[in-house]
Write a protein that binds this ligand. Structure first.
Ligand SMILES: C[S@@+](CC[C@H](N)C(=O)[O-])C[C@H]1O[C@@H](n2cnc3c(N)ncnc32)[C@H](O)[C@@H]1O
Length: 178
């Protein structure tokens, strides 16, 4: 049987990255976290308006190789597992694609596009301040309602902030307040 290789290349700033960036550029506060920092594009954007910004990624190599959008506080871990700080603002360009297997950790969300986002939410909830805001992106190709319902189940108050139609899917940006 052929071995399936896990792809773990850097995810370059893409349509979903810019969609999120356009919608969060006016967020301000003290502590912010970018989960799944990747190239660091969103992490760097947050440094313009927050005093302390942390970026995490499960892929240690992409953090080590950040160049154009490099910032100071990068931690390799699942979601926010390694952190004790409570953040005012957390953003995550989730691996949201509905996939049978996880072959590309940058994009594959597992069954219904829910499996990996759920793991990330279970971690994130421990690091969001009371009244803090968590913004995540999902897609019409995933079971996004299940994800929103799960955020509500964790005690977050959700609303769809914005939608963007692409050729083959619609991106859905969700705000979840603690
Ligand atoms: C869609 S890319 C987004 C990258 C970048 N934030 C952007 O918007 O261009 C998702 C990123 O999440 C990371 N990731 C996947 N699962 C993760 C997890 N459980 N915890 C932390 N990061 C994760 C991937 O390695 C990848 O860099």
């Amino acid at each position: 049987m052929q071995n399936k290789l896990l792809k773990n290349d850097e995810y370059p700033p893409s349509e979903d990255t810019f969609f999120i960036a356009n919608n969060i550029e006016n967020e301000k506060g003290e502590y912010a976290l970018d989960i799944g920092s990747g190239s660091g594009y969103l992490t760097k954007l947050l440094t313009e308006n927050f005093s302390l910004v942390v970026g995490t990624d499960i892929n240690c190599e992409v953090l080590q190789n950040q160049s154009s959008y490099k910032t100071s506080n990068l931690i390799c871990c699942n979601a926010s597992d390694a952190l004790k700080i409570k953040f005012d603002f957390i953003v995550c360009n989730l691996p949201y694609l509905a996939t049978d297997e996880i072959l590309d950790i940058a994009t594959d969300g597992g069954a219904e596009g829910f499996e990996i986002p759920k793991k990330i939410f279970d971690s994130t909830i421990n690091n969001l301040k009371k009244n803090g805001k968590f913004v995540f992106v999902t897609s019409s190709l995933s079971n996004y309602q299940k994800l929103i319902d799960y955020a509500e189940k964790l005690g977050l108050k959700t609303r769809i902030m914005a939608k963007k139609k692409l050729f083959f899917e619609e991106l859905i940006l969700v705000e979840a307040i603690n």
